[in-house]
Design a protein around this ligand. Sequence first.
Ligand code: PEP
Length: 251
Amino acid sequence: MRRPMVAGNWKMNGTRASVAELIESLRLQTFPAGVEVAVFPSCLHVSQVLGGIDGERIAVGSQDCAVQNGFGALTGEVSADQFTEVGCEWVLVGHSERRLVLGETDEVVSRKFLAAQEGGLKPVLCLGETLDEREAGKTLEVVGRQLAQVLDDHGVSAFKSAVIAYEPVWAIGTGLTATPEQAQEVHAAIREQLSRQDRQIAEGVRLLYGGSVKADNAAELFAMTDIDGGLVGGASLKADEFGAICRAAGN
Ligand code: PEP
C-alpha cells in the first residue's frame, strides 16, 4: 500500500511576512494522518519554514540542489548536504521550469538526483511533456526518455527512496489539467517502465500528478489507480485550498 503524498511547490514566491502568514494558516489545517505532506519554499525561506512549522505534520524540501554534493567552490549553488543539515528531507529535481527556462538537460537532472541522494535528501523527480510533444503523440516517448536517464545512470534501486511527479508542461500554471485518464495513462507507463527492472520497487514508488491541481479536481485525479497524490504549485500558496487537496488525498 503506497502512502499518498501531497507536495506544495511555492516556487519563487513569498516575503518573510507572507511566508509567516502561510505558516500560521497551515497550522490551522487538518491533514489526514495517512497522507504525507511536504512544502517546498524558496531557498531563502527554507529555514524560516523549518523553524515555524511542526515537522511531524509537514516536511520541508528545497526546489533544487547543486549537481555536486558536499561543500566547496560552486558559486550560487546550495548542496544537498547543506539542505539536509538545516533539516530538509526532500528536493524537487528536474522541474520543467528549470528544464525549459534554465536549460537543465536530462544529464544534469540525473546528476542532481544522485547528488540529492548522496546528501541525504529524497528526490521528487519531475517528468513531463510540452504541448507540442503531446500533440505530436510523443508524450510517452518523452517521459520515458527523461526517466530512462536516471534509471540507466543510477539503477532501479535508486527509486526505493524517491518519488516521481508527472507534470505535463501544458498544465502547469495554466489552469488546464490533464484528465484523470490522460494522467493515469502516463502514470501506468512510468510504473511499467520501472516494473521491467524490478516489479516490487515499481509497486512501491509513489507517482504524483502535477499541473493545476486544485481542491475541486484533486479527488478525481487521486482516485486513479496509479496516482498517489499531487505536486501542487499555485494552489499550495493558499492554506485552505492546500489543506483541502491534502484531505482529498486521504479519502
Ligand atoms: C508545479 O509547478 O509543480 C505545478 C504543478 O504548478 P501548478 O499547480 O500551479 O500548475
